[in-house]
Every structure is written in C-alpha cells, then in structure tokens.
Design a protein around this ligand. Structure first.
Ligand SMILES: Cc1cc2nc3c(=O)[nH]c(=O)nc-3n(C[C@H](O)[C@H](O)[C@H](O)COP(=O)(O)OP(=O)(O)OC[C@H]3O[C@@H](n4cnc5c(N)ncnc54)[C@H](O)[C@@H]3O)c2cc1C
Length: 387
C-alpha cells in the first residue's frame, strides 16, 4: 500500500547538464529530493562551453523556475538569422521577430550562464560531482545502483540525462536499441570578445560551414567541414583556406577567424546525433540528448531537452512511487514523437548545409532564396505550436 510518506520516489538523476538540472530544479519545487550525479569534478564543472540559441520552447521553462530575470539579464534577444555564401555575400535574411512576438523571446546565451542560472534556481547541495554510474539493476520496483567508486544505493527511479555520448544509456539499452547518425562533419568553437549584434550569421560553403553566434557581450564562432578534409589539411590551414575566400569587406568574419586561429584549446564538435528506440526500461528513463541527441543545424537540442525535462517533471509530480510506469508511459507519449520530428528537421537541414560539391552548393544557394524559415524547420514549427 502506498503511504503518504513514501509516495515521492527516491530519484537519481545522472548528468547535471541542461536537461538534468532543469528536471532536478522542477522536481525540487514539487517536494522531491533527487540526487544528481555529474561526471565532472566540481573544479572542472561548467568552466568551458559554447553558445546556445534558446527558443521560447525551452526558455519559457525558466519562467516556471522563477529564473526569468536572471535569464534575461544574461542573454540577448535575437532579431535576425542570415544565411551567406562562403565568400560572405548574403543569400537570405530571416526576420525572427515573429517568434519573439507570437511565442516568447528567442534568446542567445552561453551554456555556462544557462547552467549557472539553473544551479541558482535549485538546492545545488543535492549535486555530487565527479561521480558516474557503473551498474544499474532493476529489482522488483526499485533500481539498485552501483557507482564507479563502488558505493551502492537503491532508488525508485533513475533519470539518465548524461548527454549525447551517454555511457549510462549503455547500461540500460541493448546495442540495437539506439543508433548514432553521423554526418562525418565536425569543427571548432571559439569566442570573440566584442559587443554583438542580434543577428545569427551562417556561411554555407562547399565543404565548409561557419557560424557567428552572438551571446551577451561575446560572440561564439564556429568553423567546420568534412572531418576527412579537416584531418588532411589541419585546423590552421583550414582557417586560412576559409579566409582566402573572403573579401576585405567582411571584417567581422576576419576577426572571427582570428579568434579561432588564436584559440588555445577550442571546443571540438562532432556533427552526429543519436536516437534511442526505447526511452524507458523498468524504472530507468532517458531524458534530453541521452534519449534523442541533436545535430547543431536547427539549434533546438537544448530547447527540446528543457521541454522534455518539464514534461517528465510534470508527469512525475502527478504520480506516486507505485505508479511510476504509468507516469513514464505518459512522458514518452508526450515527448518522443515531437522530439524525433524536431530531430528529423535538424537532419534535413544538415543535408542542405553539409554539402561538399560546389555545383550542389550553388544549386542549394539558389533554392534557399525561395524557402521560408517555417518551411526549413516545418516540424519544429509544429512542435512550437504544440502539435
Ligand atoms: C557547440 C554546441 C552548440 C550547440 N548549440 C545549440 C543551440 O544553439 N541551441 C540548442 O538548442 N542546442 C544547441 N546545442 C545542443 C545542446 O547543447 C544539447 O542538446 C543540450 O545541452 C542537451 O542537454 P542534455 O542535458 O541532454 O546534455 P548536456 O547538456 O550535454 O549535459 C550532459 C551532462 O552529463 C554529464 N555527463 C556525461 N557523462 C556522464 C556520466 N557518465 N555520468 C554523469 N554525468 C555525465 C556531462 O558532463 C554534462 O554535464 C549545441 C551543442 C553544442 C555541442
């Protein structure tokens, strides 16, 4: 029989990233006491990172956490998205204001600032740093957890939120229950210290891709291409090739390339994603990138992770320990299909962006002039509308 005392499940969250912290903070508000374990030691946690565009889909969850003021103080509202040729010339400019007007503020923030805001919204003493899970064993309606340091603990629910390269997922799913989708492209992120404009700029080339993504008081710069080519010629030569295609009339781009060239240890990003066919095994549930990871192309992974965290916390808050399987079933029903559709948009965009041949790139550039933003990301538009 469920007693009043035990109806909140003993919960473990693996991974203190965007999804894990959002879920933890929301659950704390509902009277849960989740334990959160994070692989990074506290000294290395949240010390580096990249830039995030947050659609209202994700950003509005921060309202729920009472963190709107901090979020607005540490981010900027985006007005325009521009796609350019690799030589700098503009192909198409998209006004983002319809998002800001219809759905909520579309904002840009550094991942480090977002993580800090999430930590400030919760009781962070529940976080254990430098901890990973070694084994998970379902036993009746509980999960016996063995941590990498040999300690063992029992939980009613384990939320796996350790990101795209989740190792915890491997303890739960069989190899044929998740699959990576690899574009064989990758690249580096660096920071340019200057006051930004509220424009996302991308440069879609043949065998190269560059992005200039402002956040508050800084600009995140990305440069990438086919991994084979990058490996063949090396990072600095790749930057110089990119520079040679540019005219002098694009000083922001030259400064961006300088920032990449000078970066001592730029973040390397492999362009692949992952999709798990099962999100739930017994009392273990996948969340965020661990369930469905995203390519960077549509800039929607963090928003979806926060949206899913809110849906999971909502279903759990209405449930009790004895009926977790029902709550998890409802969470999957709410999220899996819409997450996978948004993921499909990101893949489809990737096919347009990651083109090697200059003939195909020219055809793509021509066709792009006739695409609306809603047509480029049709599923994401529907997801935002709640479909
Ligand atoms: C360069 C870059 C740019 C991006 N830009 C955007 C963007 O503009 N907009 C957008 O919406 N999305 C963007 N994304 C995607 C977005 O960052 C992810 O979709 C989002 O962070 C997913 O959240 P998550 O919590 O599932 O994973 P993460 O935020 O990656 O968090 C996973 C956490 O788990 C920890 N961890 C890993 N392994 C273990 C383990 N074994 N045990 C315990 N802890 C572990 C990690 O240290 C990390 O703290 C970008 C991603 C990158 C890399």
């Amino acid at each position: 029989m469920t007693t009043l005392k035990t109806y909140k499940p003993r919960t473990l969250i693996v991974g203190a990233g965007v999804a894990g912290l959002t879920c933890a903070s929301l659950l704390q508000r509902q009277g849960f006491n989740p334990v959160i374990v994070e692989r990074e030691p506290q000294t290395a946690f949240n010390t580096s990172g990249y830039m995030l565009g947050l659609l209202p889909l994700g950003g509005r969850v921060l309202n729920q956490l009472g963190a709107r003021e901090a979020y607005f103080a540490h981010s900027i509202e985006m007005q325009t998205y521009e796609v350019h040729r690799e030589d700098g010339r503009l192909i198409k400019s998209y006004d983002l204001d319809f998002i800001n007007q219809e759905y909520g503020s579309y904002r840009s923030i550094s991942r480090a600032d977002l993580i800090t805001i999430l930590l400030d919204s919760m009781d962070a003493s529940a976080l254990r740093y430098g901890v990973t899970v070694q084994a998970l064993q379902q036993q009746d309606n509980e999960v016996w957890v063995t941590f990498a340091d040999g300690r063992k603990e029992t939980f009613d629910l384990v939320i796996v939120a350790d990101g795209l390269h989740s190792t915890t997922r491997k303890l739960v799913l069989a190899e044929d229950e998740y699959a990576y989708y690899d574009t064989h492209w990758g690249g580096w992120v660096a920071w340019l210290d200057e006051e930004p404009e509220t424009i996302y700029r991308e440069y879609w080339g043949a065998s190269s891709f560059m992005g200039v993504y402002p956040v508050k008081e800084q600009i995140g710069v990305f440069l990438g291409g086919p991994e084979k080519r990058i490996q063949e010629i090396g990072f600095q030569a790749f930057i110089e090739q990119e520079r040679q295609q540019l005219g002098d009339e694009y000083p922001l781009l030259h400064r961006s390339l300088d920032a990449l060239a000078k970066a001592s240890d730029p973040f390397y990003w492999e362009f692949h994603d992952v999709r798990a066919s099962q999100w739930v095994k017994g009392n273990v549930v996948l969340l965020g990138d661990a369930a469905s990871g995203f390519l960077p192309t549509a800039g929607v992974g963090a928003s979806m992770a926060m949206d899913s965290a809110a849906a999971l916390a909502d279903e759990l808050s209405r449930s009790d320990t004895a009926h977790l399987d029902y709550a998890l079933k409802l969470y999957v029903r709410r999220q899996k299909d819409r997450v996978e559709k948004a993921q499909q948009d990101s893949r489809d965009l990737g096919k347009m962006m990651f083109i090697k041949s200059s003939v195909a790139a020219a055809a793509r550039n021509y066709a792009l002039r006739f695409y609306t933003l809603k047509a480029l990301v049709k599923n994401i538009s529907r997801t935002i509308e709640g479909a």
